[in-house]
Design a protein around this ligand. Structure first.
Ligand SMILES: C[S@@+](CC[C@H](N)C(=O)[O-])C[C@H]1O[C@@H](n2cnc3c(N)ncnc32)[C@H](O)[C@@H]1O
Length: 240
């Protein structure tokens, strides 16, 4: 069910919602093929040989939620865009897969503590300022179980588009033209990621780079585990 626990009533999020709603209608942004790093992460999770509940933060049009659900994980998608959530819902239903979707901002997740065994957040967390990134990481930590697993990626400062658009703060730029006009991009480096995830156990942190028509696309890919948490879990949704 697409819940109404959204945090989209404020101006900034309303604007973001409109932009992502338009963007996700484009074929390039609603691909069905999962990213290879998610395929590899699923293999790692499967080694644990137990039923797992996985959170897909910023599920977009659902390619990773569909893939993870097919792999046998109870996968919950969240996104700020109704377009993305509706596409995901249609795709899941068409394939007779369970639909667990909630509309919300990634900085404010409507779930109780320690609900998920794993989380994925691909091509998403860096579409905000550093403060939003920090808040999102705290939320991920809060909703993950003790020793929960995380797969997440970040734009690296080495990527061709670093510095493009209007600077809104150090290493964060707003796109001023094209389909992503108005969208924020935060670029990061190894030191910043290690600091952001200082409360996690970093399993692997590596640069994934490829040259596309002479342009370097460079992203940091992180897998990490949470440390000990003091919370248990029973119900799924946090009280408002
Ligand atoms: C580039 S898409 C990636 C989608 C998907 N993870 C994938 O890899 O195909 C970025 C997604 O982040 C979502 N998003 C952007 N800002 C958000 C926010 N503050 N809270 C939740 N989702 C957000 C957008 O709606 C969009 O679906």
């Amino acid at each position: 069910m697409i819940g109404n626990n959204s945090d989209v009533s404020r101006g900034a999020e309303k604007k973001l919602l409109t932009e992502w709603d338009t963007i996700l209608r484009e074929e390039w942004y609603s691909q069905e093929e999962p990213d290879e790093i998610v395929i590899n992460f699923a293999k790692l999770l499967k080694r644990e040989k137990r039923k797992m509940r996985v959170l897909d933060l910023g599920c977009g049009a659902g390619r990773h939620q569909i893939f993870m659900t097919k792999q046998g994980f109870e996968t919950h998608g969240t996104d700020i865009s109704s377009t993305g959530l509706n596409l995901t819902k249609q795709r899941l239903k068409r394939q007779n897969l369970e639909v667990y979707l909630v509309k919300c901002d990634m900085k404010n997740l409507p779930f109780v503590e320690s609900l998920f065994d794993a989380a994925i957040c691909l091509h998403t967390i860096y579409h905000q300022k550093l403060k939003g990134i920090q808040e999102t990481i705290s939320e991920i930590q809060r909703v993950l179980q003790k020793e929960g697993s995380l797969l997440i990626n970040f734009l690296s400062k080495r990527t061709y588009s670093y510095g493009k658009g209007e600077k809104v703060e150090e290493n964060t730029f707003m796109e001023t033209e094209g389909i992503e006009k108005g969208i924020l991009h935060h670029f990061t480096d190894e030191e910043e990621i290690k600091h952001l995830f200082r409360n996690f156990n970093i399993v692997n942190l590596e640069l994934s780079e490829k040259d596309v028509e002479g342009k370097l696309r460079s992203r940091w890919v992180l897998t990490a585990k949470t440390g000990i948490t003091l919370f248990g879990h029973n119900t799924m949704m946090r009280q408002a």
